[in-house]
Design a protein around this ligand. Structure first.
Ligand SMILES: [Zn+2]
Length: 379
């Protein structure tokens, strides 16, 4: 997580925490929730922690990186507990950020605009690209690395790297693994062709040659190389790059399960990929099989076999599955009831669709509290 100081500090000073941001060509929007649990009544100064609702304030901050900046700040309202005080409720003060009724923030400059680059994905990539452009522009104006670092609040070394790179040092959109591996791909493919299936061994060999990536990167690359080498395609060049699947796609390939409880057929290439992955990493094979089985049990409401499944999941090599099984165990009676309950999930699905619609209507900016308000009080 990369946090540019400035805005996050200004927000923090008034008890706010950035929970998400979005960046487009022209707009940077930042959403911050309140972490204030207690505030003093402005009339009688008595402290109160009795919450009495909340609302959102929309504030315009100074432009940053050529974009308008809008903050959505959650503000909590408290009930004054002093029976003598004429003030029934009051809101937490955020004067240091923006005085009451003001629509603009005070106190921080455009350059010290701060975004939690927490969410990754395209928004973070666009933000990084924008910062790179800013660095290049300032360098062209003759600023030193140090000065640029001060203005952009980037580390000096990052500034230096940006400038020397000559272009935006773009990461592979699906992770940087394959690029790290490029120099070692020949060795990896040779080992795969020789039948060397031990990932750790190959990983250590690559590390000895200077590879700095993770075992997971090697695992994935080996799975790809296997899939390609076992391909019937005579032109199947070893080491051909296949894109890393997204989480959703990996789910579809490994577990693939549609709404009617059928396993979704996989294409030949996907089948190869999955088989290769399962062959070299038994943990994934086990997780895939347990996940499919669980979905089947749910679908058939087969509570009798559930206990056996749970025992195997608790013994699984996969920590995620063990955690999942632990969660189910902690709530066992409810889980059993869910297996046997005649209730349809139709009502729930309807509400979920409505939630999605509301969230889209609010341009994806809705957080839980805001959604709750809109769902419970539609008007
Ligand atoms: Zn009071």
């Amino acid at each position: 997580m990369v946090v540019v100081p400035g805005l996050s500090e200004s927000l923090c000073a008034v008890g706010k925490r950035i929970i998400r941001f979005d960046i487009t060509e022209t707009l940077l929007s930042v959403e911050a929730t309140s972490s204030v649990r207690r505030a003093n009544c402005p009339r009688c100064s008595r402290g109160s922690s009795r919450r009495h609702g909340q609302y959102w304030r929309q504030l315009r901050a100074q432009p940053c990186m050529g974009r308008s900046v809008i903050l959505y700040v959650q503000v909590r309202r408290f009930k004054c507990l002093n029976p003598q005080c004429p003030q029934a409720t009051f809101v937490e003060p955020i004067e240091d950020l923006a005085p009451a009724k003001h629509r603009r923030t005070v106190g921080f400059s455009g350059a010290s605009c701060a975004i939690a680059q927490a969410l990754g994905g395209s928004a973070a990539a666009r933000l990084s690209a924008a910062r790179y452009e800013e660095v290049v522009r300032l360098r062209a104006q003759g600023l030193t690395f140090k000065a640029i670092g001060r203005v952009t609040e980037l580390d000096q070394r990052t500034v230096k790297n940006f400038v020397r790179a000559g272009e935006y040092p773009e990461r592979s959109p699906r992770g940087s693994g394959p690029m790290l591996l490029d120099a070692y791909r020949h060795h990896l493919c040779r080992r795969v062709a020789e039948g060397g299936t031990n990932i750790t061994t190959v990983w250590q060999e690559l590390r000895a040659q200077g590879f700095t990536g993770s075992r997971g990167t090697v695992r994935l690359a080996m799975a790809r190389a296997y899939a390609v080498s076992s391909s019937t395609d005579p032109a199947g060049r070893p080491g051909r790059r296949a894109p890393t699947p997204s989480v959703q796609r990996a789910y579809a390939w490994l577990v693939g399960w549609d709404e009617r409880g059928n396993q979704v057929p996989k294409g030949a290439e996907h089948r190869q990929f999955v088989d290769a992955l399962c062959a070299i990493e038994p943990e994934i094979a086990e997780a895939s099989s347990l996940a499919c089985e669980f979905l089947g049990l749910i679908h058939r409401r087969d509570v009798d076999r559930f206990d056996g499944w749970l025992a195997r999941a608790q013994d699984s090599k996969s920590s995620e599955l063990r955690r999942f099984a632990g969660g189910l165990t902690a709530d066992l009676s409810a889980v059993r009831a869910a297996f046997q309950s005649p209730w349809s999930s139709g009502q729930v699905e309807g509400q979920i669709n409505r939630l999605k619609f509301l969230k889209r209507q609010m341009y994806g900016r809705a957080n839980l509290d805001l959604l709750r308000a809109r769902v419970l009080h539609p008007n």
